[in-house]
Design a binder for this molecule. Structure first.
Ligand SMILES: Cc1cc2nc3c(=O)[nH]c(=O)nc-3n(C[C@H](O)[C@H](O)[C@H](O)COP(=O)(O)OP(=O)(O)OC[C@H]3O[C@@H](n4cnc5c(N)ncnc54)[C@H](O)[C@@H]3O)c2cc1C
Length: 305
């Protein structure tokens, strides 16, 4: 809980762009989890810098959230301030086949922009729900292509809000569904992405092909967080889960999808505890059956007690 005096200071910085005791189930695609002490959506870089400076001064923790499509918030909620940069939504074309894209841009907005302008290279992201900030932090992608293949530069703000830097690609440590090497609590602000000129109809056709393939293989009409586990080297988490007979397994309102075994869905009344227990059950059974230790892809955040 944020003390009343600090609540007033936060409102001085953010106006009505801060809310207290904000239910995170409403801000994450799985639809589970307790409240954040505060949820802030700064208007621009200056407001973000002022917010981070205040939090650093007061010793209040913060974490970033895009649209919550790969985040699981525990039922005990989140201590401190969750910061969503969803108001940073500019896309600018730059010379030489580059796009400067702010992190609050959504997958749908960017895909539309690329189709309208006839820009190819980012079609793979069309069905990866979320924001460009989440894409960067997760090195989001599909089998053939991921963010590391298109990112030329990333703009980052330091955890204290004091410094802003542009990091070029070869200094960034993208890994499998990860971006490492930034100071914890750093904000991703924007990125420079590489695109090529193409016929708008070709871009649209590729987007539609990828979306159709996804619709045929993933449970898109029920709340989930996408893939729960990372694929282990040389195998697929979904294949291991299916082989262990876990499709349809459930704990409370959380269920291992019978459409795609690496998805856990919320049947309507799931709690974060249900989802976490199901994750542990799958992990245990796979370790027993095949000796593989599955690692979670979904980002698990929030108080532990
Ligand atoms: C149906 C479905 C299908 C999916 N398919 C795919 C897929 O094919 N490939 C794939 O890679 N993923 C997939 N996902 C997962 C998800 O779409 C991606 O991980 C996406 O990148 C999440 O974006 P987000 O904005 O919702 O991120 P969030 O879940 O909000 O955040 C993810 C991480 O990014 C960090 N973050 C977000 N913004 C910032 C910022 N500005 N600064 C610092 N850190 C930040 C957060 O702290 C968190 O650790 C799927 C999810 C669903 C629900």
């Amino acid at each position: 809980m944020i003390a009343p005096a600090l609540q007033r200071q936060l409102e001085d910085v953010l106006g009505d762009r801060v809310r207290f005791e904000a239910p995170m189930a409403r801000h994450t695609s799985l639809g589970v989890g307790g409240p954040a002490d505060a949820l802030a959506t700064p208007a621009d870089r200056d407001e973000l810098a002022a917010l981070l400076a205040l939090l650093a001064e007061e010793g209040v923790p913060h974490l970033f959230l895009g649209k919550g499509f790969n985040t699981l918030v525990r039922d005990e909620g989140v201590e401190g301030v969750v910061i969503q940069l969803i108001r940073l939504r500019r896309i600018e074309e730059r010379p030489g086949g580059r796009l400067r894209v702010e992190v609050g841009v959504s997958h749908a907005q960017l895909t539309r922009f690329c189709i309208e302008r006839g820009l190819a290279g980012l079609e793979f992201g069309a069905g990866i729900p979320g924001t460009v900030g989440g894409w960067l932090a997760m090195n989001a992608g599909i089998g053939t292509r991921e963010m590391v293949d298109v990112v030329r530069e990333v703009e980052v703000m330091s955890p204290s809000g004091r410094h802003r830097r542009h990091l070029v690609q070869d200094t960034l440590r993208f890994g499998y569904r990860s971006l490492r090497g930034l100071a914890p609590g750093s904000a991703l602000i924007s990125t420079l992405l590489e695109v090529t000129l193409a016929e708008p109809e070709h871009v649209r056709a590729e987007v539609e092909r990828l979306l159709a393939r996804r619709a045929a293989t993933q449970p898109l009409d029920i709340p989930s967080c996408g893939s729960v586990f990372k694929n282990p080297p040389g195998d697929f988490a979904g294949r291991l889960i299916e082989a262990a007979g876990l499709k349809g397994e459930h704990v409370g309102g959380a269920e291992i999808s019978s459409v795609h075994a690496n998805f856990i869905t919320n049947r309507g009344d799931a709690t974060a505890r249900d989802v976490l227990e199901l994750i542990e059950l799958a992990r245990r059974r796979i370790a027993e059956a095949s000796g593989v230790e599955l690692e979670t892809e979904v980002q698990i955040v929030g108080r532990t007690s």
